[in-house]
Write a protein that binds this ligand. Structure first.
Ligand code: N01
Length: 499
């Protein structure tokens, strides 16, 4: 293994976060390298290649604000198109040449003597003055352990690790899960499979999908008049902020969403018993709302069985439910989501005190400041960190909102000879108290479901509980007064000392 040297900044991950960070760092003249475990850019949009994978956020909103794509072919884009977009942006902005592919970060430790991050990777050690983690919170598949899974004789695939060469045509397929990934892949699989079993633990709120192809003349208009696409993007953004967010945050108009979903169910499923099974028992929005016009008909199709009995074990080529029924399978698809609040990345990051981020979070639950920095972990910045998730709009908006803050911090360090920036614990605690207070009555906390939004202590460590423009406003300026800072001896001034 070779020593990968020292850099001003190391960025982990080349998805939306890492690409956006690299573009902004380059504009600010900040030297950096991106470490990417995969062989291509794209992050989650590279990894998730299951059939039917598309974004349930409108295309015009799901892109960088500075790199709109007038050529989206659909109002809700499919994964290959989003990946192509990210590839193109990364190429055009020179990001690709700054990426070290097939390089996985295995550990990162703050060296308080040298004031730098010492990072171990699968390709060798590397160090940096500052570390930006854009590892993504939906990057580690959650693989539940079912007894017998090791000796299951069929194929097992997680939705986020789909093998594109596997053909489900004419096969007996089992799908576990009914979340955002499952509702997209089930309709495609149902059309091709001989027999499909969908194992549902919790029924999902299925809403009508409003997607449609974008007509050639619309694309031509967006190309010719970019302001037009900006306007459409802004209207979509405002609709989501002012119509959907209040429902989730304050329960306003939840009944309307419930009625819309139940009408959709009634229209698409005629069998009352099946409808009963498909009717959720928690408040809509408590889990991510899933819009689709194809899922319910696929569940009602003759070659599909919706199984609501719990899974007991796998035995040979069979999956056995608690009622003792065994079903033969050729392939088992785990659409079982991601390790979010128990993501392993924080366990690999060691701060000033010698404790990992995971250990710190497990004490007081997950938390940071502005979803970006962490007391005791100097010069560490996280994109899409704790409480930056949103259930109603585009995560790309949140990531972009973080970038001026991070670049502002790095510029401040460079211009003032600051070698360590560490958010004050009291500031971080007050911030998290504000977040939790705002979340208390939200549907994510009170809707009666268990979701990946809540951590093992029942705290909501994932969702930003306010308008997203308020998040952007908060992070517009780097608030140095919220930080302890340490100055390089040659530049130290009396008013800039580590407190
Ligand atoms: O995962 P999920 P996902 N036995 O966690 C079930 C994003 N995303 O991959 O509800 C039986 O939502 C689990 O059951 P239950 C989006 O942010 C975005 O679908 O816990 N079942 C659930 O039904 C989304 O929220 C897009 O009872 C088990 C399912 O598996 C996030 O990714 C598209 C089980 C997991 O659902 C995750 O979505 C796709 C077990 N042991 C995804 N363990 C966009 O379009 C789990 N389940 C942007």
């Amino acid at each position: 293994m070779t020593d990968l040297g020292h850099h001003s900044v190391v960025v982990i991950g080349a998805g939306f976060g890492g690409i956006g960070a690299s573009i902004r760092l380059a504009e600010a003249g900040i030297e950096h390298v991106i470490l990417e475990k995969a062989g291509d850019v794209g992050g989650t949009w590279w990894a998730n290649r299951y059939p039917g994978c598309r974004c349930d956020v409108p295309s015009h909103l799901y892109s960088f604000s500075f790199a709109l794509n007038p050529d989206w072919s659909d109002t809700y884009s499919l994964q290959p198109e989003i990946h192509r977009y990210l590839r193109r942006v990364a190429d055009e902005y020179g990001v690709v040449e700054r990426v070290r592919f097939n390089t996985e970060v295995t550990a990162a430790r703050w060296d308080d003597g040298a004031k730098c991050w010492r990072i171990d990777t699968s390709a060798g050690p590397i160090s940096a003055d500052a570390l930006i983690s854009a590892h993504g919170f939906l990057s580690e598949p959650a693989v539940p352990h079912f007894p017998g899974i090791e000796s299951f004789t069929g194929q097992v695939m997680h939705s986020a690790e789909w093998d594109p060469s596997y053909d489900v045509g004419g096969k007996r397929v089992g799908v576990i899960g009914t979340g955002a990934s499952a509702v997209q892949l089930v309709p495609i699989v149902q059309r091709q499979a001989k027999q499909l079993y969908v194992f549902q633990r919790t029924a999902a709120w299925i809403l009508p999908h409003r997607g449609r192809a974008i007509r050639p003349w619309e694309r031509a208009a967006y190309r010719r008049v970019p302001a037009l696409q900006r306007l459409v993007r802004q209207l979509v953004y405002l609709r989501n902020e002012f119509l959907i967010l209040p429902a989730l945050l304050h329960g306003k108009r939840l009944d309307l969403i419930r009625k819309m979903a139940l009408d959709h169910l009634t229209a698409q499923v005629t069998d009352p018993q099946l409808r009963e099974k498909l009717t959720p028992t928690f408040a809509p929005g408590c889990k991510r709302l899933t819009p689709t016009n194809d899922y319910l008909p696929a569940i009602a199709a003759a070659n599909t069985e919706l199984v609501t009995d719990g899974i007991k074990e796998l035995r040979g080529d069979e999956i056995v439910t608690v009622d003792g029924v065994a079903r033969r399978l050729d392939v088992l698809v785990l659409a079982t989501g991601f390790r979010v609040t128990d993501n392993t990345f924080p366990a690999r990051v060691v701060g000033r005190s010698g404790r990992t981020l995971r250990e710190v979070w497990d004490d007081g639950s997950m938390g940071g400041y502005n979803g970006t920095t962490f007391a005791g972990f100097p010069n560490l910045f996280m994109l899409a960190g704790p409480n930056t998730g949103i259930g109603h709009t585009s995560l790309v908006y949140m990531i972009e909102a973080q970038l001026p803050y991070i670049v502002g911090a790095l510029r401040h360090m460079r211009d003032n000879g600051v070698v360590a920036l560490d958010v004050r614990p009291d500031v971080q605690a007050a911030y998290n108290e504000m977040i939790q207070r705002k979340l208390r009555l939200s549907v994510w906390n009170t809707g009666g479901c268990s979701s990946w939004y809540l951590d093992k202590l029942g705290r909501n460590s994932t969702i930003w509980p306010d308008y997203t423009f308020n998040f952007a406003k908060r992070l517009k300026r780097f608030d140095v007064e919220s930080y302890y800072q340490e100055i390089a001896p040659s530049k130290a001034r009396a008013d800039l000392v580590y407190g």
